[in-house]
Ligand binder design. Structure first.
Ligand code: CO
Length: 186
């Protein structure tokens, strides 16, 4: 089971590497890893398990954060309605941004990361909408369009497999300055 001890923190060079594509058909190992990553996210969002295992809550995790330089990400975004299905819950192998909106967006509260043990204030400007292709755990090619919060989460995780940290997008001199027309998501 993945715990916080398995997650590497900023300063570890693996977080700055461009991760390698996984080979298809997927290996048992890569499928098992994806399952564990998803289990971690679910545990981290379960108040009882999170407390028991001392997990910080997370909606996304990328394999490089486990010191595994592979293009695998997991995202688990719960619905605002607690009894509804999660709005996005999937493991993506070799995810790729095929296209994106001209419109940019950022989270009003900024972003955090399980590999960053400090608050880094500032707007992290990303694309408001993205079309992503990826392979699912069954090795099937998938294509999805995401917008707003889900789009931001997936872009944060895809950054990890490209060696990019969220704060690389923050305007250092003026962390809360925004160009006109950027959508702020609350
Ligand atoms: Co992160």
């Amino acid at each position: 089971m993945i715990t916080m001890d398995d997650i590497i923190r900023e300063g570890n060079p693996t977080l700055r590497e461009v991760a390698s594509e996984v080979s298809l058909p997927l290996s048992e190992e890569d499928i098992a890893l994806g399952k564990e990553m998803m289990e971690f996210l679910k545990n981290s969002q379960d108040p009882i398990k999170a407390e028991e295992l001392n997990l910080r809550g997370g909606v996304g995790l990328a394999a490089p954060q486990l010191d595994i330089s592979k293009r695998i990400i997991a995202v688990h975004v719960p619905s605002a309605d607690p009894v509804a299905e999660p709005t996005l819950s999937t493991v993506m192998y070799n995810p790729k941004i095929l296209s994106h909106s001209v419109q940019d967006a950022c989270l009003g509260e900024g972003e955090g990361c399980l590999s960053v043990d400090r608050e880094v204030p500032g707007y992290v400007v990303r694309h408001a909408k993205v079309t992503i292709s990826y392979y699912d755990a069954d090795g099937q090619k998938q294509k999805i369009r995401l917008k707003n919060y889900e789009a931001i989460v997936v872009q944060h995780e895809i950054d990890h497999i490209n060696g990019v940290m969220f704060y690389d997008h923050i305007n250092e001199a003026n962390p809360f300055s925004l160009k006109e027309g950027v959508l702020v998501i609350d």
